[in-house]
Design a protein around this ligand. Sequence first.
Ligand code: PLP
Length: 452
Amino acid sequence: MTKITNHLPTAELQAIDAAHHMHPFSQNDGFQRKGARIITRADGVMLTDSDGESIIDGMAGLWCVNIGYGRKELADVAARQMQELPYYNTFFQTSHVPAIALAARIAELAPGDLNHVFFAGSGSEANDTNIRMVRHYWALKGKPEKSVIISRKNGYHGSSMGSGSLGGMAPMHAQGGMPIPDIAHIDQPYWYGEGGDMTPEDFGLARARQLEAKILEIGVDRVAAFIGEPVQGAGGVIIPPSTYWPEIQRICDHYGILLIADEVITGFGRTGQWFGSQTYGIRPHIMTIAKGLSSGYAPIGASVVCDEVAATIAQDEFNHGYTYSGHPVAAAVALENLRIMEEEGVVDHVRDVAGPHLAKRWHALADHPLVGETSLIGMMGSLALTPGTGARGRFAAAPGTAGFIVRERCFANNVIVRHVYDRMVVSPPLVMTPDQIDMMIDRLTTALDEAH
Ligand code: PLP
C-alpha cells in the first residue's frame, strides 16, 4: 500500500480519505464527489493545506485552539509526560500529579464554590456525567423521581446519546433514537430570529419564563436541573438578551433546581472573562468544560461541581467514569495551556484588545447588503444573512442558499468561518492580533461581496 504522507498529491489524499474515513456531521457521499480540504500544518492563527494555501482560522479549529497553533511548550510537556507516566487511571484509589494539579487549578479559576472536578475525555462525556450526577444527587436526597433535565431547542451539548439528547438539535434527534427519556426542551432566546415585535428585553424575559412554565407543567417534584450554554455556540452564536440569564437564575433559585452552565465554548476566556458564567452573572451548581481547557491540544473535558453537590455525591460510590478520566498527558497539556494563558494575559487580551477590535470590524459588516444583524461577545460573534432587504429573512439550510454560498466563498478566499443555517459564525483563536483580525474580516468581506 502507498505510504500516506503530506507529500502525496491532494487528489490522491482526498480519494483515500473518501474511501476510508467517515467524517462527523457530514454527508460522506458529498466528500466522495468533492473531496475534503486537507490541512497539513498550522502555526499561530494560520493553517496550511495540502496545496500550500495559507488559510486564516476564524474558528479556532472547532472553537478550541484558543492559544493558537504551534505552541512548542505544549508539545514538550506532552512528550515529557508520555515518558514519565503516559497513562494511569484515577479509578480505584489511585491518582497522579497531573490530574491533582489540574483539578486544583480549575478549582482556583472557577467562580463561586465550584471546587470539585470530575474529568472526562470530551464535552459530550462531561455532559453525560452531568446527567447521571444530577439524577443521582436527587436520588441521594431521597427524591429519585426528580430526574427531568430541561434544556433548550437549538442548544448543543454534545453528540453522545445523553449529551445529544440534552441538546436541542432537531436534525440530530431525527436520527438514532434521541432524545433519551426525561429530557425536556424549551425555546431558545434568539431575539433576532424569533422575537417578532417584542423588545429584546421583553423577549428575554418571555423565553426565560418558559422554564418556569415547563417546571410547573412537569411538576417541580420531577425536575432535576436546567442546562444551558451561556451563549449558544453551535446553534449560531445566539447571544441572549440581557434579561434572560438573571430570570433563569431567579427561576432555578426559586424552584430549587440545579443549574448547569455548559461552558465548553464559553469557558477559558471566550467571552472576555474566564467563564461565560461570570460575564452573564450566572451562579451554576455545575459547569461543563472542555475545548479551551487544553486549547484542543489534547482531548479532555470535565464537570466542575459545587461543594454541596459534590458532598452529596460523595455519600455513595458514584458508579461512573471513563478510562481516560484525568488522562495524565491531557491533564499536563491542559495545565500548561492554562499557565500560558495566564502568563500571556490571554483573557485580558480578549477583553481589552482583540475583543474590542473584532467588535468594531464585526459590527461594521452590518452595512453590507447581505447582512441583517451582527452580534458579538468577546471573541465569538455571528451575523444574520438576509435577502438584502434589511428584513429578518431566513434562509433554509440547503446547498445553494446564502449560508452555503458565503461559506464556499470564504473557503475560496482562505478564511475559515462557519455557517449555521442563515448565520455566519466566528470564534477565532483568542490570541489573534488586530492585524490578523483585519485580514480575517477583509477576506470575509470579499466573500460576502462575491456572494452578493
Ligand atoms: N457542549 C458545548 C457547548 C459544545 O459546543 C460542545 C462541542 O461543540 C460540546 C458540549 C461537546 O463537546 P465534545 O465535542 O468535546 O464532545
